[in-house]
Design a binder for this molecule. Structure first.
Ligand SMILES: *[C@@H]1O[C@H](CO)[C@@H](O)[C@H](O)[C@H]1NC(C)=O
Ligand SMILES: *[C@@H]1O[C@H](CO)[C@@H](O)[C@H](O)[C@H]1NC(C)=O
Ligand SMILES: *[C@@H]1O[C@H](CO)[C@@H](O)[C@H](O)[C@H]1NC(C)=O
Ligand SMILES: *[C@@H]1O[C@H](CO)[C@@H](O)[C@H](O)[C@H]1NC(C)=O
Ligand SMILES: *[C@@H]1O[C@H](CO)[C@@H](O)[C@H](O)[C@H]1NC(C)=O
Ligand SMILES: *[C@@H]1O[C@H](CO)[C@@H](O)[C@H](O)[C@H]1NC(C)=O
Length: 590
């Protein structure tokens, strides 16, 4: 495994699908080029950055509700046109050919006869003994950076976070950290409007503003608006506007003290336009890391109307009205009521479900340069998409890159729905298992989902569980839809992902580790190992396939402290974020 989960949108794809910093540079070039074409005016910037960032941000894409997987192909055309390119020739959906017919047949027989007495939910528990040693405690950290009143105020930091819901969340907490580090006040974060996805949601449409201000009031000053005398400044002209092109990814704190602080002191204000993944995870002073955690795991609460619909959604999945775990409480507050003893006269139990984030949207599929068994038609379609969205990538990879077969061997190809279904079958999930599917923008539409539905027909989504009128206030807002997916996945009995680099999967994993009390298992495949297993698809018998797949998942389930450089948002088990009760033996060695 390479370093995981520390980057967002474009950069996470870079890490997963390319092999060196060379390719990240290449990607940075696309970005830059896209911007130069539009002369780097703000609009151009927004466009270029959005064109690439948004397309690559899993949640933004997966959350576009209008494009449902029922008619994937047709809507792809709409999407491509929206992005200013001409749509390639798209024909009517063809019945999808299986990539692993032999295995799917074996799986099909297995899932049907899996013993309902042997619940996969019981089998895939978190290693409770080790996991429960870590307690959430970032909310107890007070004045972690300094006493707010004892500082000489250096100025105001504005941040306009780019990307989808989850990337924005990270940008917000990184900005909180930078502001505290520089003794600056933070202006309530803004979200960058994307001309592609047209989600006008601002911070206050997603998160409770006053809760956020209050929760962090001992750590830094957050104001709702920039003071009047600063509002009239042309920040760009005075050099106080700093974009993602100006800051290196994962910059160290000293970049901010050396470059940003002087700007702040000179102009009284600095505006970060973008700010996706611009602050490193290590090395960073402990107090700042703590603040970051406090922000991500405690300060950001969804607004009541998201909580309310989120609660409705989960109650319908579980067919149960009451709070089940601490995660419910953290995400939904009072919308998930406690069950009182007096009401305890039914034996009804909540239905268990698996939350699945299937990261198989077209951007990901095209960017990977892999082959997904769709033949000539698929190749042409993906090539056309790349020409529009990743110009030059195809050529570069052809000249110097690995072949699709090599990429697959290296574990750089996103899991197809068919592969995801095989994985879940091997783990013992049954024909009747309820699976909540986050996102619905699967490349290849329904035909691509057929193998999955054959093995797991009880596939549910927010579109099916909520009525049109309940969904209407969310419909044109991809971030609000993404918030519902976040809630349903974080609260699932088991959460499974197909790609550990995706932002939604990463943040949900961290949230479950932090608030899950050792009872919120997450299943994460090792794509390279899985590719190796699947390469023997023709000759494997089911027992062997099952054993090897289970081993692969179990190894990724081990509880260990965050290692240096890894994302604290994804791996909060770290003294800078959680408090560890001394265990009899140190789980780091398990
Ligand atoms: C704040 O600035 C004043 C004047 O420049 C200085 O005397 C004082 O020591 C500073 N206080 C802190 C806490 O840095
Ligand atoms: C912030 O304030 C603290 C406490 O007064 C001081 O020690 C530190 O040097 C200040 N940092 C900056 C970047 O001004
Ligand atoms: C529980 O029993 C009480 C009294 O018998 C009844 O009023 C109430 O509706 C019952 N609750 C449920 C959830 O069935
Ligand atoms: C291809 O890779 C080789 C070695 O890795 C490098 O020297 C060469 O510049 C690359 N060519 C292109 C066109 O990127
Ligand atoms: C969403 O936006 C479209 C086009 O802007 C509009 O026609 C439609 O009524 C909106 N839907 C909702 C539910 O607001
Ligand atoms: C499936 O197995 C066949 C024969 O065993 C092999 O040629 C093929 O490459 C495998 N497919 C994948 C995607 O690994």
């Amino acid at each position: 495994m390479t370093k995981e989960g520390t980057s967002f949108g474009m950069s996470s794809l870079t890490r997963k699908t390319s092999h060196s910093s060379k390719s990240s540079k290449a990607l940075a070039c696309y970005k830059r080029r896209a911007c130069e074409c539009k002369q780097l005016r703000v609009m151009g910037f927004v466009f270029g950055l959005m064109g690439s960032y948004f397309l690559l941000d899993s949640v933004m894409l997966s959350a576009v509700h209008r494009i449902s997987f029922r008619n994937g192909y047709r809507n792809r055309a709409v999407e491509l046109q929206k992005n200013g390119g001409s749509a390639p020739e798209l024909d009517v959906e063809m019945p999808h050919k299986y990539m692993y017919e032999h295995l799917v047949n074996l799986a099909s027989a297995t899932v049907a006869k899996n013993d309902p007495g042997q619940s996969p939910f019981a089998k895939w528990k978190e290693p409770y003994k080790q996991a429960s040693l870590w307690k959430p405690c970032a909310d107890k950290f007070r004045n972690v950076v300094h006493r707010v009143r004892n500082i000489n105020h250096t100025g105001f930091i504005l941040v306009t976070a780019n990307g989808g819901l989850n990337q924005q969340r990270v940008a917000v907490c990184n900005a909180v950290t930078i502001a505290a580090m520089l003794n600056a006040s933070l202006v309530l974060p803004k979200f960058l409007y994307s001309s592609v996805w047209k989600d006008e949601s601002q911070f206050g449409d997603i998160y409770q503003e006053d809760y956020f201000l209050n929760f962090l009031k001992d750590d830094l000053t957050i104001v709702k608006e920039l003071p009047l005398h600063l509002q009239s400044l042309d920040l760009k002209a005075i050099g106080s506007q700093v974009t993602d092109l100006d800051i290196m990814k994962e910059s160290k704190p000293n970049y901010f003290t050396k470059v940003i602080l002087p700007l702040l002191l000179r102009n009284g204000v600095v505006h970060f336009l973008g700010f996706g993944n611009r602050l490193a995870f290590d090395p960073i002073p402990t107090n700042l890391q703590k603040l970051r955690c406090k922000c991500n795991f405690h300060a950001l609460k969804f607004v009541p109307r998201i909580q309310e619909v989120g609660a409705l959604l989960v109650k319908r999945i579980r067919k149960y009205e009451y709070m089940v775990s601490e995660l419910d409480h953290q995400l939904l507050g009072t919308y998930m009521p406690l069950k009182l003893l007096t009401e305890d006269n039914t034996s009804r139990k909540p239905l268990k479900y698996l939350g699945l984030h299937m990261r198989f949207e077209m951007d990901m599929v095209a960017y990977s340069m892999c082959d997904f068994g769709g033949g000539e038609k698929e190749r042409r379609e993906l090539e056309a998409y790349r020409e529009i969205h990743f110009p030059g990538l195809g050529l570069r990879m052809k000249e110097n890159g690995s072949s699709p077969a090599e990429l697959r061997k290296l574990g750089r190809c996103p899991l197809t729905p068919e592969e995801a279904a095989l994985m879940l079958s091997a783990l013992g999930f049954q024909y009747r298992t309820y699976i909540y599917l986050a996102g619905s923008n699967i490349y290849g539409g329904q035909s691509r989902m057929l193998p999955f539905k054959r093995l797991f027909p009880n596939l549910i989504s927010k579109e099916e569980l909520l009525t049109p009128s309940e969904l209407d206030p969310f419909r044109n807002f991809s971030s609000r839809l993404a918030a519902l997916d976040f809630i349903a996945c974080a609260m699932a009995d088991v959460f499974a992902m197909t790609d550990s680099g995706s932002q939604l999967s990463s943040l949900v994993t961290g949230f479950r580790a932090y608030h899950g009390r050792g009872r919120a298992p997450t299943l994460r495949p090792n794509k390279k190992r899985f590719a190796k297993i699947l390469s023997e698809n023709g000759s494997l018998d089911w027992g062997e396939f099952e054993d090897r797949t289970k081993k692969m998942i179990a190894e990724n389930q081990m509880v260990r402290a965050r290692r240096r450089g890894r994302s604290i948002y994804r791996q909060p088990r770290s003294p800078e974020c959680m408090c560890k009760i001394p265990g009899r033996r140190s789980e780091e060695h398990l």
